[in-house]
Ligand binder design. Sequence first.
Ligand code: ZN
Length: 218
Amino acid sequence: MSDYQQVFENNKQWVASKLNTDADFFKKMATTQHPKYLCIGCCDSRVPTNEIMGMDAGEVFVHRNIANLVCNADLSVMASINYAVLQLNVEHIVVCGHYSCGGVKKAMEAEDLGLLNPWLRNIRDVYRLHMDELNAIKDEHARYNRLVELNVEEQCINVIKTAAVQKSYLANKYPVVHGWVYDIKSGILKDLEIDFEGALHEIQKIYDLTGSGMMQKK
Ligand code: ZN
């Protein structure tokens, strides 16, 4: 059997094991979804989002792109955030980066990467914003790891800049935005413990889209 055919064999076994645990599993899946989490992660094949969170199908709404970026002109990620907040009413939005991220690594190199240039420029922008801190780290690997973390923090800020998140939080006190980094070498998920309320307050000094008139008071 080829590797390709094996996929369908694996699928049959997976269906059987699911039905063995819960005979109605697919019936429930077919009705609707109520995930509490939107997870924006990297495409990297070594980061199986649901698995590392210990969650099953139906529990996490997932958006993935190279280096888990949240760019305001990227219709795809913006649509995912909008849908997750306005239609699914997720309570948590997670930006999950990972150490050993190839996208972040490439953004640290002086190289023309063609189509990847404009995408990875977003990471170079993160570097520029935090240049003093990053350049003070002499060990290149430690600097790379720190850029992975700072990239997650900046993408969380980009999530907070959206009208959907700001308006929903004002009305419902959710979603809360979190930044995580997954360590491929250990499997451990690290919470960067972003101060969401503090970040929201700072962001709304300039990017307030709630229409509540809060900006004028600042
Ligand atoms: Zn990556």
